[in-house]
Design a protein around this ligand. Sequence first.
Ligand SMILES: *[C@@H]1O[C@H](CO)[C@@H](O)[C@H](O)[C@H]1NC(C)=O
Ligand SMILES: *[C@@H]1O[C@H](CO)[C@@H](O)[C@H](O)[C@H]1NC(C)=O
Ligand SMILES: *[C@@H]1O[C@H](CO)[C@@H](O)[C@H](O)[C@H]1NC(C)=O
Ligand SMILES: *[C@@H]1O[C@H](CO)[C@@H](O)[C@H](O)[C@H]1NC(C)=O
Ligand SMILES: *[C@@H]1O[C@H](CO)[C@@H](O)[C@H](O)[C@H]1NC(C)=O
Ligand SMILES: *[C@@H]1O[C@H](CO)[C@@H](O)[C@H](O)[C@H]1NC(C)=O
Ligand SMILES: *[C@@H]1O[C@H](CO)[C@@H](O)[C@H](O)[C@H]1NC(C)=O
Ligand SMILES: *[C@@H]1O[C@H](CO)[C@@H](O)[C@H](O)[C@H]1NC(C)=O
Ligand SMILES: *[C@@H]1O[C@H](CO)[C@@H](O)[C@H](O)[C@H]1NC(C)=O
Ligand SMILES: *[C@@H]1O[C@H](CO)[C@@H](O)[C@H](O)[C@H]1NC(C)=O
Ligand SMILES: *[C@@H]1O[C@H](CO)[C@@H](O)[C@H](O)[C@H]1NC(C)=O
Ligand SMILES: *[C@@H]1O[C@H](CO)[C@@H](O)[C@H](O)[C@H]1NC(C)=O
Length: 470
Amino acid sequence: MDVVIYQSLAIFIFVLFYGVTTNSVVIEGSKGGLLGENGTEINCSYTIPEILFVSFLAFNRSSEIFEIIATYRPDRTPQLNTQGQYLNGRVTLTPITQSSKKAVMTFNQLMCIDDTSYKCEVSYLTDGGNKIPESNNITISVQVPPSKPDDVLLVHTPAVSSVITTNMMDYSSSSPSTAVTLKENKTVSASSTDKQNTTTAMKTTGHDTTTSTPYPDDDVSPNVSYTATTYSIQQTTAEQVIAEGDNITVVCTGDVGRPPAEHIFQKYLSDHTLSMTYTPTETSISEIPENCSFYRTSNITFQVTAADNNAVIRCVVISSMTDLDMYVETKPIEVHYEVSEPTITKYPNEPYYVVGENTSILLTCNSDGNPKPNYQWYKDNMLINTNENLTITDMNITNSGIYICNVTNTFNGDTHRNAKDVHINIMNKDIRQIIEVLGNPLVYVTTVKTDEKFTSSALSFSAFITSGNP
Ligand SMILES: *[C@@H]1O[C@H](CO)[C@@H](O)[C@H](O)[C@H]1NC(C)=O
Ligand SMILES: *[C@@H]1O[C@H](CO)[C@@H](O)[C@H](O)[C@H]1NC(C)=O
Ligand SMILES: *[C@@H]1O[C@H](CO)[C@@H](O)[C@H](O)[C@H]1NC(C)=O
Ligand SMILES: *[C@@H]1O[C@H](CO)[C@@H](O)[C@H](O)[C@H]1NC(C)=O
Ligand SMILES: *[C@@H]1O[C@H](CO)[C@@H](O)[C@H](O)[C@H]1NC(C)=O
Ligand SMILES: *[C@@H]1O[C@H](CO)[C@@H](O)[C@H](O)[C@H]1NC(C)=O
Ligand SMILES: *[C@@H]1O[C@H](CO)[C@@H](O)[C@H](O)[C@H]1NC(C)=O
Ligand SMILES: *[C@@H]1O[C@H](CO)[C@@H](O)[C@H](O)[C@H]1NC(C)=O
Ligand SMILES: *[C@@H]1O[C@H](CO)[C@@H](O)[C@H](O)[C@H]1NC(C)=O
Ligand SMILES: *[C@@H]1O[C@H](CO)[C@@H](O)[C@H](O)[C@H]1NC(C)=O
Ligand SMILES: *[C@@H]1O[C@H](CO)[C@@H](O)[C@H](O)[C@H]1NC(C)=O
Ligand SMILES: *[C@@H]1O[C@H](CO)[C@@H](O)[C@H](O)[C@H]1NC(C)=O
């Protein structure tokens, strides 16, 4: 009986002891490192007293198995295994002794291939034979800082059009500050369809709409060429300018590093204030094989308003790995919009004007629109002026009446119109005196406007007042 109890106890202790020790191989280390940098390390710690060897294993992403890459034997120089030869010259294996409780492997010049999972195992002898407990696994994430976006592309979809026009405006810039100055040198001229190698390059087809420095080799314009920070329009049909209400799509592309950083879009109005932040509605990434970073393409679509005229859209790379100014922005976007209802100001601003006292009246008509409104002043269906200002210098009661300011602008083949009128009352001094005697002149002036005789005859005016005031 006692023997059974002691045996069970012995088994229990055995299980407890070896249960703990078999679980005591632990891998720890840097979770990540920058591509090309030194010092990413993984440590294999164990509590086993007498070991045969320690091995590191790396997860092979193509075969999807852990393969032994390096083996450490006490008091011997650690060795890279056959499967670990790709690490030759790039790792430091710190030798161990029998009293070591840790094997350390340090990566120098971290490479894409190092981005995988690792574990370790420790081999030792027991009465029951050779045991090789394994550790947990850890993953090293190779990080690549993002780059500035290569390109911001504006795709314009006209609002109301039976004609489908593909109006592509391509903007790109090597630095944001030069995006505004837009005087840059033409760089390369070689045709290429290489998508991956678009660093600040873009296609132009000779339709340069910039106030461009005339290129000496302009005669090669039929050839597709690449320029930096030149703004071009590719048009398949007649040009449709961007008009209020149109939807435009902004497409941003670039190397966003690893792990892939996000893009956001920001809209800056013409006064440089940030007016809107958009998260992309569409975004896709693809891995760049050469440097294991990601290439992202993001886009947003929004409807432009008049307030967006001369706004710029900025594509910003959001990453903790780099500075805040990782962005490229479009040139100011010209938005065409219809003339607004004009406002008319009078100088001096009086309810009525008196012959002999006022020498002139300046009327200023103001309307907003892009293109700039054309102004026309009419009186009695006669065109009397074609700019926003009208000065009435002939202070004669016959110049009283309704002055109309008509405004127009034209884009995409449509002419837009708006108008506003103003009543000008010019009267003789004696009538003014009558009004002043009666007190509130405004009441009468407004009433009187409808009475044509008033403006031309003081007599009928007094008659009017008499009958109107019992
Ligand atoms: C790994 O071992 C090295 C050397 O002993 C030590 O400096 C480092 O802090 C260890 N790292 C971790 C994550 O335990
Ligand atoms: C990284 O290690 C290599 C040798 O493995 C060395 O040549 C290089 O100078 C080191 N780089 C840095 C930044 O320490
Ligand atoms: C991963 O496995 C594949 C296929 O077995 C092999 O060709 C490749 O060399 C291995 N990669 C490494 C880094 O050992
Ligand atoms: C690493 O360990 C985690 C959690 O234990 C597991 O989900 C994952 O599949 C392991 N990775 C590999 C490559 O085996
Ligand atoms: C522009 O976008 C708005 C909102 O998404 C949509 O209602 C409208 O139909 C679009 N217009 C055109 C011309 O695509
Ligand atoms: C343009 O070219 C001129 C002469 O080659 C050079 O001095 C200038 O720095 C260049 N400008 C840019 C923006 O590359
Ligand atoms: C990208 O361009 C560089 C130099 O401009 C060139 O060396 C490299 O081969 C190109 N890469 C690809 C994928 O074409
Ligand atoms: C332009 O294209 C023509 C015909 O394809 C070619 O002969 C010429 O070399 C090209 N010029 C440049 C500058 O690439
Ligand atoms: C916007 O992105 C989506 C998905 O990436 C794509 O299908 C679509 O064509 C893009 N739109 C434009 C105008 O590029
Ligand atoms: C109209 O008058 C305003 C204010 O006096 C002046 O600033 C502006 O230049 C004038 N416009 C024209 C076309 O004369
Ligand atoms: C006002 O105009 C009328 C008609 O043109 C003219 O007969 C009259 O003499 C003018 N009065 C003054 C004060 O100029
Ligand atoms: C001026 O505008 C009004 C209102 O829009 C319009 O009825 C009138 O025909 C316009 N006059 C001219 C000459 O265009």
